[in-house]
Ligand binder design. Structure first.
Ligand code: F6R
Length: 604
């Protein structure tokens, strides 16, 4: 979602604000803006659309200064047009914001009654007016605190004041905000990537914190107004400065990074010498009666995959639910339930709220996250990492397989600790899982065929994905990837459900992609495939060499390496990702930043 950068320095900042905003593009946005303070005055420049539009505005009408804030906006309240782009000004105050101010309407009414005029349709503008109002009554820091106390909802804020060129104020409730420590200049940003070009020394604000950033100093306060000490961490360059390297797109790069992402993740869960699995930090699966997984989107599909694994291997009942439904459903959970939030970013608002809800019910909580300093990581009793590295492509790829790796290792751990498997079987399963990175590398060999197939698929209006067992969540994930990247309507179904309705959609124009490893369910899936073929539906069969023997003449196949069923979701994932990627590329679409999508969904 919206990206924020702030710099308080001694040299011109606008070029660097743009550089940082470019790195934040991956979060998804539809307008952008900067504000720069030179001496007394703050100048604002904004433009709808991509950053190049803002750069064109700046070429026409330069604005620079020694301190500034920048913003990429993902529209919530108000269309993505210039007057709704951030920064917003009211009186002496200039604000950028990520999140939603829920009580903006009542605040706006009160401020309008005071005679204040609003110039945008945004919720953010009320923050500028409110702070400007408070600033007339108190010094900046006190006025800022009073302003924050009146806001309800979610926000990461960066604020400047006319006549205070050596000060940026920031605050966080919900969406993350980091501060960066430089030499003679200081920074504020949505994440370590935002400040990455300037410093690798960052501190993560806690929920409710606010901060005063000057050229030489950063003072952090907690929500009570007390001075807070947040540890300064050195962020690895790989996390802060992510480049495309030899690849055309981040998505392509990240698909190919999956063997490493999986290997690094598995190293946190598996002992390759003893051939054992464990939960990082230790966890007693014996005391757990039920596992409640909450997640959104692709992470939810990783959770669905885990249901098959945990129930089959460990005999542990698993419920998986999309967090946006779970959090408002008042679910009935036994106190021996482990609540597990699965999230790449660790910031998804619904997943975080679901996790907090479970914690408030007194349940044990864990967070499987790729961002190890994220809100979920800090909220949960146990932080279980994926080590996929920063994921920039809006469509999740390597984070998904890393999640499935970690969940598979945890399922083996639970199976062993609950006495469902002996040490010999644990060693066998761990051995199989350790092979996954090599098999994923081999699975990339499907790319030329996926590219060729993508040319035909790009013409489709609708596509169906079918799978059974563990291939069912993959069918859902395949359909989601295609929708996101190519804007082609796609649906994933359990292959056995076909006859219960979706088969009515099958005709010569609707490609059906069947994901079928040659496992115990293969023949049943093939029967469903025949039902499609009998109705003239063009079929793409994603299978292994053994399964390919069942492909009929007109059918296209994408081959995955033969593998143990334990790792099939991992080994079959590249084929569906590459297919979606190449359809998007063939259609000339922006695969790294698909329209309307945001990377980290920090509002409900
Ligand atoms: C799809 C995708 C999204 C995310 C979802 C959850 O490609 O990336 O569906 O999986 O928004 O995000 P996290 O994992 O950050 O909670």
């Amino acid at each position: 979602m919206c990206g924020i950068i702030g710099i308080v320095g001694g040299t011109p900042v606008t070029g660097r604000l743009i550089e940082s905003l470019r790195r934040l593009e991956y979060r998804g946005y539809d307008s952008a803006g900067v504000a720069a303070a030179d001496g007394e005055a703050i100048t604002i420049r904004r433009a709808p659309g991509k950053l190049r539009n803002l750069e064109a505005v700046l070429r026409e009408n330069p604005a620079d200064g020694v301190a500034g804030i920048g913003h990429t906006r993902w529209a919530t309240h108000g269309a993505p047009i210039e007057r709704n782009a951030h920064p917003h000004r009211a009186g002496r105050v200039v604000v950028v914001h990520n999140g939603i101010i829920e009580n903006f309407a009542e605040l706006k009414t009160a401020l309008q009654a005071e005679g204040r005029t609003f110039h945008s349709d945004t919720d953010t503008e009320v923050v500028a007016h409110l702070f400007d109002h408070e600033l007339a009554l108190a010094p900046p820091l006190d006025a800022f605190k009073t302003t924050l106390d009146q806001l309800r909802g979610a926000y990461a804020l960066a604020v400047m004041i006319d006549g205070e060129p050596d000060l940026i104020l920031g605050a966080r409730r919900g969406p993350p905000l980091v501060v960066g420590y430089g030499q003679g200049e200081m920074f504020l940003g949505s994440d370590a990537v935002a400040v990455g070009p300037f410093t690798n020394r960052v501190a993560y604000l806690e929920d409710g914190d606010y901060v005063a950033v000057t050229r030489t100093d950063i003072r952090i306060f907690d929500e009570t107004g007390a001075t807070a000490d947040r540890p300064v961490r050195v962020v690895p360059a790989s996390a802060a400065l992510v480049e495309k390297g030899e690849y055309r797109h981040f998505m392509e790069k990240e698909i190919h990074e999956q063997p490493d992402a999986c290997q690094h993740t598995l190293s946190a869960y598996l002992d390759p010498v003893a051939l054992t699995a464990h939960a990082p930090g230790g966890f007693d699966f014996q005391g757990v009666e039920r596992l409640q997984i909450v997640a959104c989107g692709t992470a939810y599909y990783a959770g669905l995959t885990a249901k098959y694994l945990f129930e089959r291997l460990a005999g542990l009942a698993v419920d998986v639910e999309v967090a946006s439904e779970f959090r408002y459903r008042e679910p009935a959970l036994s106190r021996f339930t482990l609540a597990l939030a699965v999230s790449q970013s660790g910031e998804t608002a619904d997943t975080l709220a679901a996790l907090k809800w479970c914690k408030a019910q007194g349940l044990a909580t864990a967070a499987l996250v790729n961002a190890h300093e994220s809100s979920m990581a800090r909220e949960a009793d146990h932080m279980w990492p994926t080590n996929a590295g920063t994921e920039i492509g809006v469509a999740s790829t390597k984070a998904f397989t890393a999640q499935v790796c970690a969940l598979t290792a945890l399922a083996i751990t639970a199976a062993a600790r609950r006495g469902r498997i002996d040490s010999g079987e644990e060693a066998r399963l761990v051995g199989v899982l350790l092979e996954a990175p090599r098999l994923i590398t081999e699975a990339m060999a499907v790319e030329p065929e996926a590219r060729a197939l993508a040319h035909d698929l790009a013409r489709a209006r609708d596509v169906l994905y079918l799978g059974r067992g563990q291939a069912f969540p993959l069918a859902l994930e395949g359909a989601l990837k295609l929708k996101e990247i190519s804007y082609i309507h796609a649906e994933g179904y359990a292959a056995g459900e076909l006859k219960h309705g979706p088969i009515a959609l099958v005709d010569e124009e609707t490609p059906v992609i069947v994901i079928a490893p040659s496992d115990a369910l293969f023949e049943k899936t093939v029967s469903n495939m025949q039902e499609v073929a009998a109705r003239g539906g063009p079929i793409v069969l994603i299978t292994d060499a053994e399964g390919a023997r069942h492909a009929a003449g007109s059918m296209r196949t994408l081959l995955a390496p033969a593998c143990d069923p334990l790792v099939a979701p991992l080994v079959f994932a590249p084929a569906i990702q590459l297919l979606a990627y190449h359809v998007g590329v063939h259609k000339g679409l922006d695969v790294d930043q698909p329209r309307n999508l945001a990377k980290s969904v920090t509002v409900e």
